[in-house]
Design a protein around this ligand. Structure first.
Ligand SMILES: [Zn+2]
Length: 198
């Protein structure tokens, strides 16, 4: 899970909220402002899904995800800090967990979120500390070890965890992860750390 640093919300979203103070999410989700906000979030997240880090290359590759589900926390439905761009795959992430949530679910806004997870050579994501129960529950709830994600990570690790790969190339891979490896920034980071480079 890559750490996300949030900036200010886009002015168009702010003014939409002012004009529609009692609106519910369904009222918002079909609008042009929704699409603008979605693109804004994608850019803020350097084109990566907020949970699995798969590349979000097109606006329509993502949905706007409520970290705290809007059904359980209606007051948070338009809170910018609760909104992320998540992939649309139905075997992981926001689409898979629906409105499930627990206190302690690890947020991409948590400064330490990256360091709470690591990987295995065959592409599994695991808690960095095996006793970190919340990291384990987060992986499970978001289905971050579904077969599709594990196989993509495994193939990246196989390519990069190789003595012929230079630290410069790993550095470039981190910068270009969206185009070269369909995302997965922290998987490349894991290989670079393991090799003691980049
Ligand atoms: Zn995802």
């Amino acid at each position: 899970m890559k750490h996300i640093v949030k900036g200010c919300e886009p002015p168009s979203f702010q003014s939409w909220k002012k004009k529609n103070p009692r609106a519910d999410w369904d009222h918002f989700s079909g609008t042009e402002t929704y699409k603008e906000l979605r693109q804004y979030l994608i850019n803020e997240q350097v084109m990566l899904c907020c949970y699995c880090e798969i590349a979000l290359k097109e606006n329509s590759d993502a949905h706007i995800e409520h970290f705290k589900p809007k059904s359980k926390y209606p007051a948070e439905r338009f809170n910018y800090n609760n909104l992320f761009a998540s992939c649309k795959y139905n075997d992981s992430c926001g689409t898979k967990r629906l409105s499930e949530y627990f206190t302690g679910l690890i947020s991409p806004l948590d400064e330490k979120c990256q360091s709470r997870f690591t990987y295995t050579g065959n592409g599994m994501i695991i808690p960095f500390d095996e006793n970190d129960e919340y990291a384990q529950r987060t992986i499970k709830l978001l289905a971050l070890n579904c077969k599709r994600l594990r196989l993509q990570r495994e193939s990246i690790i196989k390519i990069l965890d190789n003595e012929e790969i230079t630290s410069d190339y790993l550095e470039q891979s981190l910068i270009n992860c969206v185009d070269w490896y369909n995302g997965f920034f922290t998987v490349i980071r894991y290989v670079a750390d393991k090799r003691g480079t980049a």
